[in-house]
Each structure stands twice: as structure tokens, then as C-alpha cells.
Design a protein. Sequence first.
Lengths: 404, 166
Amino acid sequence: MSTYAPLLHPHESVETGDRTMVLNMGPQHPSTHGVLRLVLEIDGEIVVNIAPDIGYLHTGIEKTCEAKFYQQVVPLTDRIDYLCPMTNNLAYCLGVEKLLELELPPRAQWLRVLLNELTRIQSHLVWLGTHAMDLGALTIFLYCFREREEILRIFENVSGQRMMTSYFRVGGVSMEPPLDFWPRVRAFLKKMPEKIDEYQNLLTGNPIFINRLKNVGHLSAEDAIALGVTGPPLRASGVDWDLRRDMPYSSYEKFDFKVPISKECDVWARYIIRMEEMRESVKICLQALDGMPEGPIKANAPKVVLPDREKMKTQMESLIYHFKIVTEGFTVPAGEVYQAVESPRGEMGYYIVSDGTAKPFRVHMRNPSFATLQAMNKMCCGRLLADVVAVIGSIDIVLGEIDR
Amino acid sequence: MATPAANPAPESELVAVPEHFAVATLRGWNSDAILSVKTALGETTVTLAREKIREACDVLKHAGYNFLSDVTCLDMLPVEPRFHVIYHLLSMSRKERVRLKVPVNSTDAAVDSIIPVWPAANFYEREIFDLFGVRFGEHPNMRRIMMPEDWEGHPLRKDYPVEGYR
């Protein structure tokens, strides 16, 4: 038990003995991906113990949610994991829709899948660029951000925002995508597989990169499950589990895709798995484009979903609903749901409790990075200090969602 | 919106719904520990006695609920028991979730830590201690995790103002 518990107390001087010393890494360290602080106990170059010290970005989002209407929470969810805003929107909206027992039209569900997978590619591109940059491969960062920029432009095209999209709303999506959205996405998806080949040409055969990644940060399947690790690190430990396939939501069961797994359990396996996931995401996006159903993009629930602008201007009833939703919000029947989706980092769950009013009683986010960070000790202890940087990169943490 | 069936079937014709596997397992282990079982919106919630939570988690873990998804807490102020500690378990083999709920009185806000069953509970329990002030017995490192060490109060409690104390 004690091996999992950080023994160090970050705010006190530590009894170091005569062999070990304490090294402070972060919160302002370029390879901690934000404001993570790690207190490392090292014996020469060997890490003996790690205590993550988090909370530097804590903004009390869960508390803020309790003071907002249900529809006002959507923009807050963007800011939790700022690399995958659509995934957060999706998990929250699905949760509230489950409480409301709303049935979504197929087009809204497929649009959500399409944008969710673009988000996954975008998030993995940031991971790849920064992970490789931490390890000294600076070029790849520019390549990745070149493609990411295109996805952000697509997001701006569809939602009006590059990063904090808030495009998914309770009961559907905010508006029909503009006409030039479809050819842009298709053009992007057409060239993306070549770009992934390009990244792999730069990295996969690179001996320096291989040496830094192979047999580093070993995490067995048992430890991964015991420590709550999800997403690519879990699949890299050989556990065949993906919520999109195993507990499908938003009509993911209609899509055909593979879930890459590996039994190598190291940083290299996590790299390979994310690269494969990007290819699978491209396939899902193409299926979504080809099979996109026609029809409405919002559920038929006038008391919950804002009416179209056109109707609001011309029909008295729509105007009343619009006024009521904007001023008083919509009430949600009392109940509680836990809705989990597969974010680029793992299981992102929203636990939403309603007391029957227009404001949530409690919104709790189960964030993948928060749990995965607990596995740092298992992955780094007994290994070289330089490997800590590779391991942090491989678990792809976002401090915004750890601290909330 | 779900519409209620026009003519609900008489009770004799209703097909018995098989009990949730986790509930059946817990009943087989110790039915006295179960305070109530509720199924709504396709999710099952089992309310358990506070003293039994660690054993119950252990029983469920060996019954196939191998993954601890989440631990969190609710503040039901002004109702007593004031706090509900919530555990979300996942069975990867059965593709099924179950929610455990433990009511805790504010006079003695403490629960047994489940770190011996799932080490993953470590950060979650620290978070609940930090934001709700519920203590976890035998937790090896019961310190604040989000807020600064010298912070006063527990921000997610309902009597803590949203803007903080100014």
C-alpha cells in the first residue's frame, strides 16, 4: 500500500538520509506540460520516489457549475480539458440528455462523432509535438502544429471559436455547419494519413527516439487497472478496453474501427498506440462524412432546445420559449447520472445530480489525467531521472483537467 | 421525452427483471449492509452502511467489478446524514457500472479508505477531504490536494459561498 502513497511532503523539508537528495521539478518547467510540480527524491541519477503536487490551476469549476443554469455550464466544460473541448461538451450534454430522457436526431449524433474524432486527432497532434519536443526532436512540433492549425480553422468555421468551441448543446448542436465545412473536412482527412506517415518517418525509425522510449516507464496491466489508468496508457498495457466500442454512446456502435492495443507496457507502446488511434480516427471521420444522415440537428424539445432564429423572430410561441430558456433556464427532473466517454486521454466521466431545478445540484468530472498521474510512481521509480520527462509526455496530461 | 405507457400491464403479467449482478453479489455477501437499492435511468445505486464499504468494494472487486472509475461526494445540507460519498465501479468483463453510496453524518464525517482495495482511490479521497472535509480512515496521506495547505474551509460544501469569503 505504502508504495503507492507519495511519501514526500512537498511543503516540508524531507529527511533525506545520506544517500538521496530532493529535486524540485516544476511548476515552471517546460516539460511538465503546464503547472505540474513534481518533488523527486533521487539517489544519484536514479529516482527513488515521486510526489506530484497539483492544484496550481484549481479554479473551482465544479463549484461554479452549481451556480449556473444547465446551458451555462457548457462553456465551462470547454475549459477543463482545453485540448479536447468537444469531448467535454459531449460528455456533459449526454449526461444532461440522459437526465431529460431526450432522444437526439441521427444527424446530431453523427456530427458529434465527426467533431469528436477531429478533436481526438487535434489533441494527439499536440501530444506528439510536445512529447517529441521534450525529448529533443524539435522539428516534429512544427509539423504537428501545422496540421492542428487546420483542425482549429475547421472548428472556427463550424462553431466560431478555435479552441473553446461550446458547439454541442443540450439537445443537439448549436447550428448547422456552413456549406464549406464539408469539403474542408474532406480535404483535411484526405491528406492526414500521409502526414501521419511523415511524422512516423521522422520518429519511428529514429534511433535516439527509440532509445529514449523503449523499455521506459513500464506499467503492467494489473497496476494500470489498480491505479485507475485509462485510455492509451491502459491499452498500451495490453487491456483491450475502449468506451467507444465497449459501452457505445452517440451512435458509435454504427462505426467500424479498430482499437489498437499493445502488450509492451512502455512509453514506446503508448506512442505507437496514439499514432494508430489517429489513423483510426481519420477512418471514423470519413465514415461519418460519407454516411451523414439528413435531418434536424436539434432534438424536438421546445422547452429545452433554443428555437431557430427564424422561428423566434416570426412565431410568438417560439419567442416565449426562447425568452423562458434564456432567462430562467430549463428544469431537469431530479436524478443522478454518470456518463463516461472516451476522451483522447481516457475515461472522461461526468457525474451530474439534479434536484429538479434549472441549476445542477452537483457536477463532478472524472478526469483521466487525474487518475493517470497516480501511476507516475510506478512508472518512474528505480529508473533514470531523464526518463521522468519521457513518462510525463507519454501519459499526455492536461493540467486544466487535473486541477479543474 | 419518455411517454408513460397508455395501459400499464397488470402486475401479474410483468416480467421479472433480473437483479443487477452487483446487487445480487452484495445480497449474497451480507444483505444487512445494504440500506437501499435504486435503479433509475438505467443506472443502479446501492446505498451501503458506512462501516461496510471497504469490504463491499473488496467483494465486488472479486466478483468482476475490477475498475474504480470515480469517487466523489455530495453535500445534502441541511439533511442528515449530510454527506454522501459516491463510488463508481466498472466491470470491464460485464461492461456494466454500479454506483455505491455511503451516507456520512456531519458530526463524524469519516469513512474507511478503500486504498487497500484500489490504490486509485488515493487522489480521489484526498480531493474529497480537501473540498468537502470528509476524512478517510487509514489514508496514508490525508492532506489537501487542490487548495493551499493553509486554506480555511471546504469549498464544495453547500454553505461555502460561490465567490468565497471576502
